[in-house]
Design a binder for this molecule. Structure first.
Ligand code: GCW
Length: 822
C-alpha cells in the first residue's frame, strides 16, 4: 500500500519537477521530496521550529522575519506542510545563542518532557538566517533531522562579493546581463532583483556586497547618490547582506573641489572623514569602502609620492568611528613595462609594492590580493604576497565572473582551481600555513581577513548567462564559509539542489563540472602559459601573440626554440625569490617545478621533457586534442539527461555545451597550428596541420566571395576566410568522399554588428538555413566570432555539389572559414 502511494507520489512530483525552469531560483528551488512526504518527516522537527538570535539584537527584526519566511517556504516546498515557526526571545536566546560567535549558528533538537522542538540559534540575526539555510539543505539532502545538535562557525569574518557594475547599468566583465543595481546613473526603481540576490548570497553565508565598479565613478559619492545607495542597502538588509561601495581616490579633488587628493594633506583627511560621516548617516550599516589606486590608469598616492598605506589609511581612519572596513586592492602594476628588458616582470608587482609597507596599515584596512600574481589566468601559482604580509590584514580576491575563463560561454567550475590555491602551503611559519589560513588572518593573528569574490551577476534570468556558471557563486560562498570542503562535495551539493534529485543527473553534472577547469585549461593555456587570449581586447577568443611585445606584461616569450618566462632568481626576473625559501626551492628549477606551472616559471626548449616523459611540444599538441575531445564529450554526456531535468534548462545548457565544443576546436587548431609553425616540430601523431574532410572556403569556387587574411592568422583555418562585399555570395565544391549519411560542419564568422544569413544547398536544394545572430564580443573576423554550424544526417555521395550561400547584414560580411564533412 505504502509502496504504491510513494510510487504514485513520485510519478506526480517527477512530472511536476520537470516544468520549465528559468534558473532564477538557482539552488533555492525547494523541490518536493517524494520519498519524504509524510508526517513523520515533518514531526521529526518537533512541534515547532524556534528561531533565536544572540542577545545583541532585537528579536523581531526584518532579518529574523526573512529567516522565518524562508524556512516556511523551504519546508513547504520540500515536505508539503509547515510546522509551527516562532521567533523566540529571552530565555531561549540566553540558553542557545549567548555563547555563539558572530555569524555562527546552532541547530538543536530539544526534548523537554513530552515537548519536542527544533531550535535554530544564531550569534547574530545573520547567524539565524545561515542556520535556516543549513537546515533546509539538510532536508534537501534527505539527511536525518530528528536529533540535531550541531554548531557551525564561519572560517573567516570577511565573506564578501564585489560587483564591477557601472552607474550607467553596464558591468565591466559581466556576462549575465545588465546591472541589477543601476540604470542611467540611478538605483533601479525596481530593486526586487537585489533583494532576491541578497537571498542567494545569504544562503551561502556571504555577508557583504560592493555595488559599483572598482574602476569607480567619482559620482558615487555625490550627495544625491547617497539615498540611492541607501535604497540598495535596504533591499539587501533583510538577508543580513551589507552594502559597500568602491570610490575614486581622487574624489576629494574631483568631487570635493579641493586642489589636491594628497592623502597626507589634512584637508583631504577632513574631506574623507566628513564624507564618510555623511555616508553613514544615510547607510548606518555600510560595510566599507574599496579602493583601486595606481592601477590600470587609476590615479593613486604616487601622484604625491605617497605610499599605498598612506592612501588606505586616510580612508580607513574616516571609517573607524563607524566600524567600517577599507579594502585596498593589491592589484597594482605598471602596464607600460618595457618587454625588451628580460628582468621586468609584472608578476613581481604586488609583492614589490606591498612588502615594504607591511605593518603600516590601520587595523581596519585590508589588502585585497588576487589569487595569483598576474590576473585571474587559467592557472597561476598563489600570489607570494599572501606569505609576505604578517602585520597587515589581507583577503583573497577570487573571480567568480569568468573573464579569462570562457565568459559564461564555456563551462568552467572554479572550485578545483580555488582549492589548489587555498590549500597551497606558503611556508610562512614553521607550521602549515595554507593560503586560506593566511588570508583569513589565522596565521599571524590578524583581527580581520577572508574572502572576496568578484561576482558580477546581472539581470539575465539565470543571473550569470549560463546555468552551470551559477555553481561558481555557490562554490565561492561555501568555500568562504568553510574552505575545507572539497570541490567534489561542493559540486555535489550544488548539483543536487540546482538540478536534482536524481542519481544520473547528480553524477553526470557533477562530473562535467569537476573536470571542466582542466578541460578549459587544456585547450586555452596549459603548462602555465596563461590564457592565450586577446589580452588587450575582449579576453575571450584565441590570440596566441596578443600578450607578447606590449607593456601589459602577460608575456609567455614563445620563440622558435622554446617558450616561457624565466622567473628564477638565478637567471630570471627573481620573482621566485618573493616566496618563502621552502616554496622558492620548488619553483627555482625546472626539474622541481610542477609540470602545470613549468612555463610560468621557466623558459624551456620545446624538446624539454616533462615529468610525464613527454616533450613540451608534444604535450601541447596532445592536450589540445584531449581538451577539445573532452568538450565534445560533455555534449554527449549532457544528452543523456534529456527527460530527467526540465526541458528548458536542458536545451539551454545543451546549446551552450555545443557552442563550447565548437569553440574548443577553434582554440585547439589555433594554438596547435601556431606552435607547429613557430617551432617547426611535427606532431608525432600527425594531427597538427592535418584536417581530414576539411575544404577551405578560399579554395572553393567563389561567386562574389573574396579571400581575406584573418588576424590573428591562427584564428582561421589556413589563415584565411572568404568575405562577401555584395548583397549575396556563394562558395561551392564537389564532395568526393564515400557515400552515406554525413555531418556537415560549417565554420563561419558571427560578429556582433549584423545578422548575416546563410543557406546550405546540396545539389541545388536547400538543406539548412540560419542567421548569425549571436552577440559575441567582437566586430571582427577573428577567434571570437568564429562559429560552427553542424548539420547532421546529410546524405551525400561522390560528385554531389555542396554550396553555401551567405547574405551580409550591417557590418557582418557572412564570412566563411571552411566546411568539414565527417
Ligand atoms: O582583470 C582585470 C580586468 C579589468 C579589471 C581589473 C581589476 C575592474 O580586465 O576589467 O578592472 O582586472 O581587477 O581591477
Amino acid at each position: 500500500m505504502r509502496g504504491w502511494r510513494l510510487r504514485l507520489l513520485f510519478a506526480c512530483t517527477t512530472a511536476f519537477s520537470l516544468h520549465a525552469e528559468s534558473g532564477y531560483d538557482a539552488w533555492l528551488r525547494y523541490q518536493a521530496l517524494p520519498a519524504r512526504v509524510n508526517e513523520a518527516d515533518i514531526q521529526a522537527l518537533g512541534d515547532s521550529v524556534r528561531l533565536v538570535s544572540g542577545p545583541k539584537m532585537s528579536g523581531s527584526s526584518e532579518v529574523l522575519l526573512a529567516a522565518r519566511d524562508e524556512l516556511s517556504r523551504g519546508i513547504r516546498g520540500m515536505l508539503g506542510r509547515v510546522p509551527r515557526l516562532e521567533v523566540a526571545e529571552g530565555a531561549l536566546s540566553a540558553r542557545f545563542a549567548a555563547d555563539l560567535p558572530a555569524d555562527s549558528f546552532r541547530i538543536k533538537t530539544v526534548q523537554q518532557g513530552s515537548i519536542r522542538y527544533t531550535v535554530i540559534a544564531g550569534g547574530t540575526e545573520r547567524g539565524v538566517v545561515y542556520g535556516v539555510f543549513a537546515l533546509l539543505r539538510k532536508i534537501a539532502f534527505e539527511q536525518p533531522i530528528d536529533s540535531l545538535d550541531e554548531t557551525e562557525v564561519p572560517y573567516a569574518p570577511i565573506r564578501w562579493v564585489n560587483h564591477w557594475d557601472n552607474l550607467d547599468g553596464s558591468i565591466e566583465r559581466g556576462y549575465g546581463g545588465r546591472s541589477i543595481f543601476w540604470e542611467n546613473r540611478h538605483a533601479r526603481s525596481d530593486l526586487s532583483r537585489v533583494s532576491d540576490y541578497g537571498r542567494l548570497l545569504s544562503s551561502i553565508g556571504i555577508n557583504a556586497c560592493s555595488i559599483n565598479n572598482v574602476n569607480a565613478d567619482p559620482g558615487i559619492l555625490a550627495a544625491e547618490m547617497l539615498p540611492e545607495i541607501a535604497r540598495i542597502a535596504a533591499a539587501f538588509r533583510p538577508w543580513g547582506v551589507r552594502a559597500a561601495i568602491s570610490v575614486d581616490f581622487a574624489s576629494p579633488k574631483i568631487l570635493g573641489g579641493l586642489d589636491t587628493f594628497d592623502p597626507l594633506d589634512p584637508r583631504v583627511a577632513a574631506w574623507w572623514s566628513a564624507k564618510v560621516d555623511e555616508l553613514y548617516r544615510a547607510i548606518p550599516d555600510l560595510a566599507g569602502i574599496i579602493i583601486k589606486a595606481d592601477s590600470e590608469g587609476r590615479v593613486g598616492p604616487s601622484a604625491y609620492g605617497r605610499t599605498h598605506a598612506d592612501a588606505a589609511n586616510v580612508v580607513a581612519r574616516a571609517l573607524q568611528p563607524h566600524g567600517g572596513l577599507l579594502f585596498y586592492r593589491g592589484f597594482v602594476y605598471d602596464h607600460h613595462m618595457d618587454w625588451r628588458n628580460p628582468k621586468n616582470d609584472r608578476a613581481r608587482a604586488a609583492d614589490d609594492n606591498f612588502r615594504p609597507l607591511d605593518g603600516n596599515f590601520e587595523p581596519n584596512a585590508v589588502v585585497q590580493i588576487k589569487n595569483g600574481p598576474i590576473d585571474f589566468q587559467v592557472r597561476e601559482p598563489a600570489s607570494p604576497l599572501f606569505g609576505t604580509l604578517e602585520k597587515t590584514n589581507q583577503a583573497i580576491e577570487l573571480q567568480i565572473t569568468q573573464e579569462y575563463l570562457g565568459q559564461a560561454r564555456h563551462t568552467v567550475f572554479l572550485a578545483p582551481m580555488w582549492k589548489e590555491v587555498l590549500d597551497f602551503d606558503m611556508h610562512a611559519a614553521p607550521r602549515a600555513t595554507p593560503v586560506k589560513a593566511l588570508a583569513s588572518g589565522k596565521v599571524f593573528g590578524r583581527p580581520v581577513g577572508g574572502f572576496v569574490g568578484v561576482s558580477n551577476a546581472g539581470l539575465s534570468e539565470n543571473w550569470f548567462g549560463n546555468h552551470l556558471s551559477q555553481a561558481n557563486l555557490y562554490a565561492f560562498g561555501r568555500l568562504a564559509w568553510n574552505p575545507d570542503l572539497s570541490a567534489r562535495e561542493i559540486s555535489e551539493e550544488w548539483t543536487r539542489l540546482t538540478f536534482g534529485p536524481g542519481r544520473e543527473v547528480d553524477s553526470t553534472i557533477s562530473e562535467i563540472q569537476l573536470s571542466s577547469w582542466r578541460t578549459y585549461e587544456s585547450y586555452t593555456g596549459p603548462l602555465g602559459l596563461q590564457t592565450l587570449t586577446d589580452i588587450t581586447g575582449n579576453h575571450y577568443g584565441v590570440n596566441v601573440e596578443a600578450s607578447e611585445r606590449n607593456g601589459w606584461g602577460q608575456w609567455h616569450n614563445a620563440d622558435a626554440q622554446g617558450v616561457g618566462m624565466d622567473r628564477s632568481v638565478k637567471s630570471g626576473t627573481g620573482f621566485v625569490g618573493q616566496y618563502r625559501a621552502e616554496v622558492a626551492k620548488v619553483y627555482e628549477s625546472p626539474a622541481s617545478t610542477p609540470d602545470e606551472l613549468l612555463v610560468f616559471f621557466h623558459h624551456v626548449r620545446y624538446t624539454y621533457r616533462l615529468h610525464s616523459g613527454k616533450t613540451v611540444i608534444q604535450y601541447l599538441y596532445d592536450l589540445h586534442y584531449e581538451g577539445a575531445e573532452a568538450a565534445a564529450n560533455y555534449v554527449r554526456q549532457w544528452r543523456k539527461l534529456q527527460g530527467l531535468i526540465d526541458e528548458r534548462r536542458y536545451q539551454e545548457v545543451l546549446a551552450q555545451l555545443e557552442y563550447q565544443a565548437g569553440q574548443a576546436e577553434v582554440w585547439r587548431d589555433a594554438v596547435v597550428n601556431w606552435f607547429l609553425k613557430t617551432s617547426g616540430i611535427a606532431d608525432e601523431k600527425g594531427r597538427a596541420g592535418n584536417h581530414p574532410g576539411r575544404t577551405e572556403a578560399e579554395s572553393m569556387q567563389l561567386e562574389g566571395y573574396t579571400p581575406v587574411p584573418v588576424t590573428p592568422w591562427e584564428a582561421a583555418s589556413g589563415g584565411m576566410a572568404v568575405s562577401c562585399g555584395i548583397s549575396r555570395c556563394a562558395a561551392r565544391f564537389v564532395f568526393e568522399g564515400s557515400p552515406g549519411l554525413h555531418e556537415v560542419r560549417i565554420r563561419y564568422f558571427d560578429q556582433n554588428n549584423g545578422l548575416a544569413r546563410f543557406r546550405l544547398f546540396v545539389n541545388g536544394e536547400v538543406r539548412e538555413q540560419w542567421v548569425a545572430s549571436d552577440r559575441l564580443p567582437t566586430e571582427k573576423i577573428d577567434g571570437t566570432s568564429s562559429s560552427l554550424k553542424i548539420v547532421a544526417g546529410v546524405a551525400l555521395k561522390s560528385g554531389d555539389e555542396i554550396r553555401i550561400e551567405g547574405s551580409p547584414d550591417g557590418g557582418e560580411s557572412a564570412a566563411l572559414d571552411y566546411i568539414e564533412i565527417q
